[in-house]
Design a protein around this ligand. Structure first.
Ligand code: AMP
Length: 467
């Protein structure tokens, strides 16, 4: 079934309801969203877009951009969203790779153009395996790859999340995420659509607007930086959060200190979940049951998750209805990333408790090998983050003449480097302790708040080998 029809079955129950509550006080109803999607689908079909053709969109976040997403699905085409910050040269790569039939840079103009076309009433038929969207991975290493997500992948994940997080038509979702990434695009939108719930629609995370928006919301989805920014604002009080039923966090690891501080401030525990472009959401902490800081919870129903040896740290492998079909036009790369029995090797390293709870310790490519020993950065970061004066740390390995790689901690905060190294050596095996600690004002992050360790590795590449 076409994913569009599955989503629309949720919001068509009460079409007059608002889908988007905008900052200027106005609203866009589900009926208007549906009409816009049908018009855009009609326009695409009339322009010669055939099922399976890619339609690219690089535009600022807007209601029209969401109409385009839905219109593309309805027309049976493949939605290709691109980060609005990409430069012309970067966009050229994606256009060359994905060969979109249509590429849209002005969502409002495209929506207006579509007004002249006849709406497409009946969605183009699609089966579960047909491609719905091509999501280019953020590409912190090597070339960015297009993850192929099918109608079946996205529908299965949407239904699983809708159930796991207990969404109902009475919910109001605060949406301040970008919509060129799976988090804001699939996770957030699909949960709202399936329940026909309105969204407080913010084009970006602005403290004042989020605080005002919370008053009208019941659920917020965010990346960890949203939560640290809320906590840094003294207007974010227990009372402000009192009527909220759920705060969800993901896309990057949530610091334990953020989790704890949030609970102290609001009395509520953030629900952390784990996902990626290649599978949307994989694990989640429970809606009812214990949410433990540092753990990403349990695999969603239907997800088979395994890690090399049980209870040991290793690469997380997954199989299930939401796991993507492979990388666009990269059959060899795809084959390398799947096991013979069909599990996708996520590249994330973690472990699983006997009861199924999952803990992530970082990306396999961030593993440091120093003097022949494996060093998992997360283990060292947890120790450093607890030191007085430190807000956050990122541990990387850089070339070292004796050890191959030397452990470096880049930290936000203040302190005495030698004293901190000595403290790490008291708490950790000496080979794990950083050889240098660098103090910075900020860590480099991508749009989803992920620390870009590749940039840190480049920046400090000469720390042990030069002068
Ligand atoms: P992306 O495909 O850009 O969404 O990036 C996916 C990656 O983000 C995953 O492979 C993880 O490394 C990381 N990630 C997502 N959620 C979490 C989380 N809750 N904790 C730790 N890492 C996460």
């Amino acid at each position: 079934m076409n994913l569009y029809d599955i989503l629309a079955a949720g919001f068509a129950v009460e079409r007059a309801k608002p889908a988007f509550l905008l900052s200027d006080g106005s609203a866009v109803s589900y009926a208007e969203l549906e009409a816009g999607a049908a018009q855009i689908a009609g326009h695409l079909v009339a322009s010669g877009v055939a099922p399976g053709d890619r339609v690219g969109l690089q535009a600022e976040k807007s209601v029209e951009a969401v109409m385009i997403y839905l219109g593309v699905l309805k027309a049976g085409a493949v939605f290709l969203p691109l980060n609005s910050a990409y430069t012309r040269a970067e966009v050229d790569y994606f256009i060359g790779d994905a060969a979109p039939r249509v590429f849209i840079t002005d969502a409002q103009a495209f929506r207006a153009e579509a007004d002249a076309s006849d709406p497409l009433i009946k969605s183009v038929e699609r089966a579960d395996h047909h491609l719905a969207s091509l999501i280019y991975t953020s590409g912190t290493t090597g070339r960015s790859k297009g993850a192929m997500l099918s109608h079946g992948n996205l529908a299965a994940n949407a239904k699983a999340l809708h159930a796991a997080w207990g969404f109902t038509p009475d919910d109001v979702l605060l949406h301040a995420l970008p919509i060129f990434h799976v988090h804001g695009l699939f996770v957030a939108l699909h949960c709202a659509f399936l329940s026909g719930a309105p969204m407080v629609w913010l084009t970006k995370f602005d403290d004042a607007q989020v605080l005002a928006g919370l008053a009208r919301s019941t659920v917020m989805m965010g990346v960890p930086t949203f939560y640290t920014r809320l906590l840094a604002n003294s207007n974010f009080t227990r009372q402000r959060a009192a009527h909220m039923r759920l705060f969800i966090c993901g896309s990057a690891p949530l610091l334990e200190s953020t989790f704890v501080e949030f609970e102290e401030r609001t009395g509520m525990r953030i629900l952390e979940r784990y996902g990626m472009s290649e599978a949307v959401i994989i694990t989640t902490n429970p809606l009812v049951g214990e949410r433990i800081p540092g753990s990403v919870g349990y695999p969603l129903p239907g997800v088979d998750l395994r890690i090399g040896a049980s209870e040991e740290t290793g690469v997380i492998e997954i199989r299930g209805p939401s796991v993507f079909g492979g990388y666009w036009e990269m059959p060899e790369k795809t084959a390398q990333e799947f096991t013979a029995d069909g599990f996708f090797m996520t590249g994330d390293v973690g472990r699983q408790d006997p009861d199924g709870r999952v803990w992530i310790s970082g990306r396999a490519k961030d593993l440091i090998i120093s003097g022949g020993y494996n060093v998992y950065p997360k283990e060292i970061e947890l120790v450093i983050d607890e030191l007085v004066g430190i807000t956050e740390s990122a541990v990387v390995g850089v070339p070292h003449p004796d050890f191959g790689e030397g452990v470096v901690a880049v930290v936000i905060g203040v302190g005495d480097e030698m004293a901190m190294i000595a403290e790490c050596r008291r708490q950790l095996a000496p080979y794990k302790a950083p050889k240098r600690i660098v103090f910075v004002g900020e860590l480099p992050r991508n749009a989803m708040g992920k620390v870009q360790k590749n940039l840190l590795r480049d920046q400090y590449a000469g720390l042990f080998t030069r002068g």
